[in-house]
Design a protein around this ligand. Structure first.
Ligand SMILES: Cc1cc2nc3c(=O)[nH]c(=O)nc-3n(C[C@H](O)[C@H](O)[C@H](O)COP(=O)(O)O)c2cc1C
Length: 212
């Protein structure tokens, strides 16, 4: 049975979009063929145990949000630590790596630099980033009628992992919606989030922060 490790890199952990996207992927994988483990990077103090777990997996899937046009700090920390670990420890086999990245902006192309960073990291440690699913409107896409785009992309990713579909390198998902509608739906979403935290629209505009 192949060892499949999912690294969820969202600080929102189980309540993240990354979690929902990986759940969709698992729906399409023949789970009986894999020994699946999932870890939440933001729950961990990194140790040799995690590095060994990554190095000895057959398949590693990183599911992450885009943060400030890059990757969350915990991912960058992992890359640095993992690079050091692979310099000191040799493993005959290398995991096949996959990426699911989602951003808040409409265009999946916002994720391009971050995808390149993941690819470069893989190269440095002798791994290969086999395929990335790059999702625009990540916070919203599953709430639209175009959620079928996610279903199809995750089905394709599952088939690639299982060796039943040729590599596509990057599968980009862009919601088709007029920009003004996207802006208005996004604004409403944030206003609702602010409300739950006791913030008014005006306070949100001023960049007022209230800890949860
Ligand atoms: C601190 C922070 C920085 C972000 N930076 C970007 C960004 O640069 N570009 C973008 O399109 N979305 C950005 N986003 C939006 C997230 O990528 C988006 O909400 C995503 O759906 C979160 O995924 P998750 O639920 O898996 O964490 C940012 C969100 C936060 C909280």
């Amino acid at each position: 049975m192949k060892k499949l490790l999912i690294l969820n890199a969202s600080p929102k952990k189980r309540k993240s979009q990354s979690e929902r996207f990986t759940a969709e992927l698992l729906r399409h994988l023949d789970e009986g063929s894999y020994d699946i483990d999932k870890v939440y990077l933001y729950e961990l103090n990194y140790s040799k145990y995690l590095f060994e777990q990554i190095a000895t997996s057959d398949i590693v899937i990183l599911a992450t949000p885009l943060y400030i046009d890059c990757l969350p700090a915990k991912v960058l920390e992992l890359f640095e630590d993992m690079e050091q670990f692979t310099k000191e420890t040799f493993y005959e086999t290398k995991p096949a790596c996959y990426l699911i990245i989602n951003c808040g902006f409409m265009e999946a192309s916002q994720n391009n630099t971050a995808i390149e960073i993941v690819g470069r990291f893989c190269q440095r440690v002798g791994y290969r980033l086999r395929q990335a699913v790059s999702i625009g409107s990540g916070a919203m896409i599953l709430e639209t009628r175009q959620k079928s785009l996610v279903e199809r992309a995750m089905c394709q990713l599952a088939r690639t992992i299982e060796g039943r579909e040729p590599l596509a390198e990057v599968i980009s998902l862009n919601v088709k919606m007029p920009k003004f509608l996207f802006m208005s739906r996004s604004n409403n979403l944030w206003i609702q989030v602010g409300k739950k935290r006791g913030l008014t629209k005006g306070e949100l505009k001023e960049g007022y922060y209230k800890a949860p």
